[in-house]
Design a protein around this ligand. Structure first.
Ligand SMILES: *Cc1c(COP(=O)(O)O)cnc(C)c1O
Length: 223
């Protein structure tokens, strides 16, 4: 068996076990983060059954979309510039990194132009780390409110985070889950997706309710 096939099946098993161990209602979806890896590797993981792939650069993503099967659900997980939005809309299943009003407005504009509704996640910068993307928790309710009231072509499916460097990752996952609950209870957030957990910490993320995990190196190898 191809090494990638085997690693994908091992990962699926580990995810199923982690979900059962934490009484999660269902096994989270594995997004195979394929940035920097060639289309041939992606095809192998696709052949093993994976349909969700994540990329963090627009041009690399567009090149791979052209080279690979059309039923792949592509996830954009990188920091997104407003002037690149027009290339993504209509091609990505989910944008994980919506973190500011100007970006939401551009997604609204481009999605409206194509008459589609673009699913997105709000990226939360839990530790207020300046070099990272994401909106501060205190600023998110206003963004959520703006989107709900004025942007019918932007659909917020839930939240995403990358744990702050200095934090034990479980603390970040617990906080993201509780923010989602709070904003759902306040009527600001309808979606229940939680995109959290990477190669080194996905078990903890699953225990805290992740519905999407983003796995790169544990699947494809070191970059
Ligand atoms: C690269 C990346 C991942 C995957 O990281 P690994 O540690 O290789 O699993 C997940 N999420 C984001 C946003 C990334 O940029």
């Amino acid at each position: 068996m191809h090494a990638l096939t085997e690693r994908y099946h091992d990962l699926q098993r580990a995810l199923t076990q982690a979900a059962q161990a934490s009484n999660a209602p269902r096994t989270p979806t594995c997004i195979a983060v394929s940035k920097t890896f060639p289309a041939t590797d992606i095809q192998s993981v696709y052949d093993a059954g994976c349909r969700d792939f994540g990329e963090n650069r627009v041009q690399e993503l567009l090149d791979k979309i052209l080279a690979l099967p059309s039923d792949i659900r592509w996830h954009f997980i990188g920091q997104l510039q407003r002037n690149k939005v027009k290339y993504l809309i209509g091609h990505v299943a989910l944008i994980h990194t919506l973190d500011r009003l100007s970006l939401a407005q551009e997604i609204e504009k481009q999605a409206a132009k194509q008459s589609i509704i673009q699913p997105c996640l709000i990226e939360i910068n839990l530790g207020a780390e300046p070099q990272k993307g994401g909106i501060a928790p205190a600023d998110a309710p206003e963004l959520l409110h703006e989107i709900r009231s004025a942007m019918p072509h932007v659909q917020v499916d839930g939240l995403m985070c990358i744990p702050p460097q200095a934090w034990e990752s479980g603390r970040a996952f617990a906080l993201l889950a509780s923010l989602a609950q709070q904003w759902q209870a306040q009527g600001l957030l309808a979606g229940t997706t939680l995109s959290m957990g990477m190669s080194d910490d996905y078990q903890s993320a699953v225990a805290h309710g992740a519905t999407l995990v983003r796995i790169g190196s544990a699947l494809f190898g070191t970059r």
